[in-house]
Design a protein around this ligand. Structure first.
Ligand SMILES: [Zn+2]
Length: 412
C-alpha cells in the first residue's frame, strides 16, 4: 500500500459512519511503507488505543479469529496464545495486539498548524465539526473548519452549519472526502482526500489547489453556469450544478476545444494541432515511381509492415533456399532472417499485420482521453457527464453537437 493510498483509506474510514472502522490493528498497519505509522502517530492523526483481544490465526489456512489467552510461564513472564482447532495452541506475539484509532481532533490540530491558524482548534459538534481558526489564503482572511459526515443525511441538522457560519463570511470547509453536496452560501468546500498529503516531513496541504477552489467557488457564487475553463493548474467546470475543479487532464483540453466549435466536425489531426499547438501532420504517402509498380496509398489507408512485392520476393527466396540441399552458413543465416521478417510482418493465418497511421493513432488516443476525462467529470457532476457523452462524438472526425443550445465560457 502506498502512502497516498493509505492516507485516502484513513480519510474514508474517518468519514464512514460505521463503528469500529476507525480502529486499525497491527496486522493492518504492518504492510505500510516504513515510517508511515510513526509519522501519522506523531502528527496526531492516529492515536494508540486499547489493545485487541483477538487475532486472526496464522497457523492454519482457515480464516478464523480467536480470542487471545494468557499464561504465566515461566512465572513472571506473560505469554499470549490462541487455540486453533487444527494446529492446537499457537503462540501470539503481543505486538500483534497493538491497535490505533483515527483521531480527528489530532488531525484538526495538524490542519490548524498547516493553515497557520493563530488559535487552537475547537470541537463544536462532538466527532463532527471543528473550528480550526482564522487563516489567510490568497489575499483574504477566513474561518476554516474541519467537517466529518458532511454528506450524511442528517448533516444539516447535526452540524447546523448555516447558523454557525452565518456570522463568518467566506469560510473554508475541509471535508474528509469529496462531496457532491452544495456548500452553504458564502463557503467553499475542499476535500482533504485531494488537498492533504503525507511526506517524510509530515503532512502537507496543497495550498495552490485550495486557493484555486476558493477562487472558482467565489466565481460560482456570482453565477456563471456553463463554464469550462482553465484557471492556473486546474480546470474550473460548471454545468447546471455547482462548480467543481479538475486537475489539468489532456482530455479536458480536447473537450474544451470541441465545446468551442459546436456543430462542427473536426478531423483528429486538426484537433491534435489545435490542442497541442502543432501544425497538422499529413499521414505519410508512399509516392511510387510508375516503373516500380507500387501503389500510391491514400491518407486513410494503413501501411503494411512489408508491402506485397517485398513479401513475394522474400517467400520466393525462402522457397529457393528450401530446395537447396547443403546450405552455407551465410545461406542458413539468410534463411533465418527471412523467416523472422515474414513472421513479424504476418499475423495469424498469414494475413499481413497493419501499422496504424498517425490518424488512426490520434483517433484511438483522443477517444480514450475524452472518455477518461468524462469519467472524471462524472465523479463531480453526473448530469454533465451524461450531457457530454451524448453530444460529443469521437472518431476519425470528432464533433460536439448538443441537443440544446448552450453558450459555454470556454478557454483552451
Ligand atoms: Zn487456525
Amino acid at each position: 500500500m502506498t502512502v497516498p493510498d493509505l492516507l485516502l483509506d484513513l480519510l474514508r474510514r474517518a468519514e464512514a459512519d460505521l463503528p469500529g472502522v476507525e480502529i486499525l490493528t497491527a496486522d493492518e498497519v504492518s504492510p505500510w511503507p516504513a515510517g508511515a505509522l510513526e509519522a501519522l502517530v506523531q502528527n496526531g492523526f492516529l492515536s494508540p488505543t486499547t489493545p485487541g483481544t483477538s487475532v486472526l490465526c496464522d497457523a492454519c489456512l482457515e480464516d478464523h479469529w480467536q480470542d487471545v489467552e494468557f499464561v504465566e510461564s515461566p512465572p513472571g513472564t506473560r505469554r499470549a496464545y490462541i487455540v486453533c482447532p487444527e494446529a492446537g495452541r499457537v503462540a501470539v506475539d503481543t505486538a500483534r495486539l497493538r491497535r490505533w484509532r483515527v483521531n480527528l481532533t489530532g488531525l484538526a490540530h495538524a490542519l490548524g498548524q498547516l493553515l497557520n491558524c493563530t488559535e487552537a482548534p475547537q470541537e463544536l459538534v462532538a466527532s463532527r465539526l471543528w473550528r480550526l481558526g482564522r487563516t489567510k489564503l490568497g489575499s483574504e482572511s477566513r474561518d476554516a473548519f474541519l467537517v466529518r459526515g458532511f454528506t450524511w443525511p442528517n448533516a444539516a441538522e447535526a452540524l447546523r452549519l448555516e447558523q454557525r457560519l452565518r456570522r463568518s463570511e467566506s469560510s473554508l470547509l475541509l471535508t474528509l472526502v469529496e462531496s457532491v453536496v452544495d456548500p452553504p452560501p458564502g463557503t467553499s468546500i475542499v476535500p482533504l482526500s485531494r488537498a492533504l498529503s503525507l511526506a517524510d516531513s509530515g503532512f502537507s496541504l496543497d495550498l495552490p489547489y485550495i486557493e484555486a477552489v476558493l477562487m472558482s467557488q467565489a466565481d460560482h457564487s456570482l453565477g456563471e453556469p456553463y463554464t469550462f475553463r482553465k484557471q492556473g493548474e486546474y480546470w474550473a467546470i460548471r454545468y447546471e450544478g455547482p462548480q467543481f475543479n479538475l486537475p489539468n487532464l489532456k482530455g479536458l483540453r480536447y473537450i474544451a476545444c470541441l465545446l468551442a466549435s459546436p456543430g462542427r466536425e473536426l478531423g483528429v489531426l486538426e484537433l491534435v494541432s489545435r490542442v497541442e499547438g502543432q501544425p497538422p501532420r499529413t499521414p505519410l504517402q508512399r509516392v511510387a515511381l510508375p516503373e516500380t509498380g507500387l501503389r500510391v496509398k491514400g491518407p486513410q489507408e494503413e501501411d503494411d509492415l512489408l508491402d506485397d512485392e517485398a513479401r513475394g520476393k522474400y517467400r520466393g527466396r525462402l522457397a529457393e533456399l528450401a530446395r537447396k540441399k547443403n546450405l552455407s552458413a551465410g545461406e542458413l543465416e539468410e534463411k533465418r532472417w527471412l523467416e523472422s521478417e515474414l513472421r513479424a510482418a504476418t499475423g495469424l493465418g498469414g494475413r499481413p499485420r497493419k501499422v496504424a497511421s498517425d490518424e488512426e493513432k490520434a483517433r484511438v488516443n483522443i477517444t480514450n482521453l475524452v472518455r477518461s476525462a468524462i469519467g472524471k467529470i462524472s465523479q463531480h457532476d453526473a448530469a454533465l457527464a451524461i450531457f457530454l457523452g451524448n453530444s460529443i462524438k469521437t472518431g476519425l472526425r470528432c464533433s460536439y453537437i448538443p441537443d440544446k443550445p448552450i453558450t459555454w465560457i470556454v478557454s483552451p
